[in-house]
Design a protein around this ligand. Sequence first.
Ligand code: MUC
Ligand code: MG
Length: 383
Amino acid sequence: MTKIDSITTRIIDLPTIRGHVLSMTTMVVQSIVLVQVRFSDGSTGLGEGTSIGGLSYGAESPESIKAAIDTYIAPLLEGCNADNINHVRTLIEKAVRGNPIARCAVEIALWDGLGKRLGVPVAALFGGTVHEAMDVAWTLASGNSDHDIAEAEDMLARRRHRQFKLKIGKRAVREDIAHVARICAAVGDRAMITVDVNQAWDLHDARWGLAGLQEIGVAMVEQPIDARMRDRLKALTDGYEIAVMADEALQGPVDALQLACNRGADAFAVKIAQSGGLKRGADVIAIAEAAGLGIYGGTMLEAGIGTAAALHLFSTVEKMRWGTELFGPLLFKDEILATPLRYADFQVHLPEGPGLGVALDEDKVAHFCRDRVKPVRLSVTNG
Ligand code: MUC
Ligand code: MG
């Protein structure tokens, strides 16, 4: 039996390539919690947990993710059978309410470790791949229409993205619609345009907003109103042709079932972190499939480890109606994987090899680590 020996965490602060302007915050750095699990046979597994903009997106922060793992999850798991992930997951779910990002970060490392020990990719542990690459959207969120248009042109020319998600909700609805209309007109039918409001609108704004967005040809709107307003999200889903996607409202299988049962959204932004891990993410996907809802491979703007984990799960899903947005590593100024994930021909490609198929560049990790020991500058004096 392979046992869990130890679990360690580090916070890595990665600067973004530009300000990422969302309705609730502007990100200039992404703080990533890296998890390393050591097993009794000498093998290791890597995991990652991120939120967005400190506590401005949701109830977990990088610091709370680290504290939940260090204080509650790591001591609970030491000595457990690492090969029985379902048992370990059940232990965590009993001991830790909420905190889905922390739970997911540890679970990723367990899948990575198991895959490596068995010599198979994580996707094989979920039944095997149906895609080796998937379409990947890019988020236009510089806060400036001209800059966003130039960025979209550049992405199209480099064949990196042909689906753009625009972050709106910070400005007045009328201004946001004008901004989106300019970008729609500029890219025409060369790309699909969606928007994400991150809960910023009230129902009145949302009615004007959805009417305006569908008129200018936007394909889908993500979480236009407060995540708790389920009945109102349903009213918008019923009232407009534009597809309505649940994101912040979808915190795992129970939410998925409720949204599916009353047809409260047309589509799900499935995030492994928000779902509480890959297994729960797979449960959310199964509910969406059974209910005939569109699936979108969502991101919490993870770097390479979390992005690879989501990629492994989504590669096993037959129909990703809305593609994916697994572009996280491209938003950061630097890469912390030894070999970056491959983005080419508008798609993100599944890495090869056992486990997640990725490894860390430890020098980069040390450089961006929040608690790094600053190098001691030794000065040589003569005499
Ligand atoms: C979100 O709300 O979906 C995903 C892409 C992006 O730019 O931000 C995230 C968060
Ligand atoms: Mg969203």
